[in-house]
Design a protein around this ligand. Structure first.
Ligand code: NI
Length: 396
């Protein structure tokens, strides 16, 4: 039976891979997922936050459901893997494994649907637009978490070999904010700088000063990053630029550090404005929050993972991941756990996610499916036990 599930989800993954769709445009992907769900007797609710899907499996208890979440979107990357099922959409590619995540969750649905009874209801969430950082929020706004008590998810990860699952207590993914800084000076002739306020000089000083926030103001045991990715100014060699624009990203693993970095950027920008007599405007666009696993639910995830891959193959992430992940919005609302599912075939080159050559080992799909299957049952039992105990206490 596992073989049958494995074959079905590999086929689905390849189909999704060959027809990737960008964030908010996952209509074919949604159609394929719905067909798969209907094929196993599960009724999907489509059109949640546009292309999102929610599907419920009944449990013995009527109480809170266990949610399992997969993302569905691809990236604007031209695929160069040379795979037989490579993208046939020019400039769009599943370069983050979300095709695998959706296929895995269908695998879990197939396994769960064959259970004669589930302790608690299970909700499957297929979420659009993870790559934009806005999909999860939209799903929450449209009620995807209504009636849910716990939520779980995971990401394929080429840092870990197939057959391992990384479960981490505490921070798993960083918060991710963007900033945009507009510097307004006074343009003029490059030979007469004394008549101008040079936006390039002010901007350069600002870029260097921003480097000191993480290195001089943040406790070194808290990983954090401020990177300026864009610096635009000037039009000609003999003209002093009157304006400059800087754009960059802020990553942290701690909410207090996040607030500190945001404040410091503003403070340093204003000081440099004063120093040079320029006007500087800072805009911070808050993105995904820190993704933090609660140790209680991480322990449960570890138990489910061990049942599939064995205790010795349940590992910890050696370093904090500074990438953002919008699963963090779900964990702001509900307890749960987010894991990394090993997808590197030993002996092959592991191209990074978001690379045009990214691929993962398809053997990881059935492992992920089994992990979610075990987890939904374990978590369901746990939620039912605690409800029963509360009821007993109340009636006593
Ligand atoms: Ni991803």
């Amino acid at each position: 039976m596992l073989k049958q599930v494995k074959r079905a989800i590999c086929r689905l993954r390849r189909d999704l891979h060959q027809h990737p769709e960008l964030s908010w445009q996952e209509s074919r992907t949604a159609q394929k997922i719905c067909e798969s769900l209907e094929g196993i007797g599960i009724t999907p609710h489509r059109g949640v936050a546009g292309t999102g899907i929610v599907a419920d499996l009944p449990g013995e208890s009527v109480g809170p459901a266990i949610a399992l979440r997969a993302d569905m979107d691809a990236l604007p990357i031209h695929e160069e893997t040379g795979l037989s099922f490579a993208s046939n959409v020019d400039g769009v590619m599943h370069a983050c494994g979300h095709d695998g995540h959706s296929a895995m969750l269908i695998g879990a649905a197939m396994l769960l649907a064959r259970e004669s009874r589930l302790p608690a209801p299970v909700r499957l969430i297929f979420q659009p637009a993870e790559e934009t950082g806005h999909g999860a929020k939209a799903m929450i706004r449209e009620g995807a978490l209504d009636g849910v008590g716990l939520i779980f998810g995971g990401h394929l990860d080429r840092h870990f070999p197939t057959g391992t699952i990384a479960v981490t207590d505490g921070a798993v993914n960083a918060s991710s904010d963007r900033f945009r800084i507009e510097i307004a000076g006074k343009g003029g002739h490059a030979a007469r700088p004394h008549e101008t306020v040079d936006a390039v000089v002010a901007g350069s000083l600002l870029v260097m000063a921003l480097q000191t926030i993480v290195s001089r103001e943040v406790n070194p045991s808290h990983p954090s990053v401020i990177s300026v990715g864009r610096f635009e100014a000037g039009t000609a060699a003999n003209v002093i630029a009157d304006t400059a624009t800087l754009e960059g990203t802020i990553r942290t693993q701690d909410n207090q550090v996040r607030e500190h970095l945001q404040r410091s950027i503003g403070r340093i920008a204003q000081s440099i404005a004063q120093l040079h007599g320029a006007a500087i405007h800072v805009e911070i666009d808050e993105g995904t929050p820190v993704l933090t696993n609660n140790p209680t639910w991480a322990a449960l995830a570890r138990e489910a993972a061990a049942a599939v891959v064995g205790t010795t193959n349940v590992v910890q992430m050696p370093n904090a991941n500074m990438g953002g992940e919008d699963f963090s919005y779900y964990l702001e609302k509900l307890p749960g756990c987010y894991v990394r599912i090993g997808g590197h075939k030993p002996g092959t080159t592991a191209y990074p996610a978001h690379s045009s050559r990214f691929d993962f080992d398809e053997e990881a799909l059935i492992i992920g499916a089994q992990y979610y299957h075990h987890l939904a049952i374990l978590a369901g039992q746990m939620i039912c036990d605690s409800t029963r105990q509360t009821q007993k206490r109340q009636s006593a």
